[in-house]
Unconditional design. Sequence first.
Length: 135
Amino acid sequence: MRKFTKILCAIAVAALLAGILCPMAFAAAEPAYNSIIYKVAQGDNLTRIAKKYGTSVTSLAVLNNLPNPNAIKIGQELIVHAAAQAPATVQYVVAQGDTLWSIAKRYGTTVTKLVSLNRITDPSKLFTGQKLTLR
């Protein structure tokens, strides 16, 4: 029994060291996706959103704890695990009451960057339904 315990400990230590010394072995098992927050816009449904980001309706429903996948609301924020091959740009649809400052703060960017990316001439004029590039 004592010999078995020593062997078991040696195997555990070897596995631990393999993870420390060879982290790429574990990194390869990580899923290949980008996690983003998507704000539901008028006309959106889970099928359309899933297709846009290369994921599935089931994945979106489970990830966002949606009891009824057909009952999403305009302005609702959804976590989306976009496929790695999805476009590098992220779009945001302006909702009523949004400002460039509030959008920048929410998505970890700056007003200056939003103005530049979207060629905005008057930062005080946003329109509900307007599409903005976040990155």
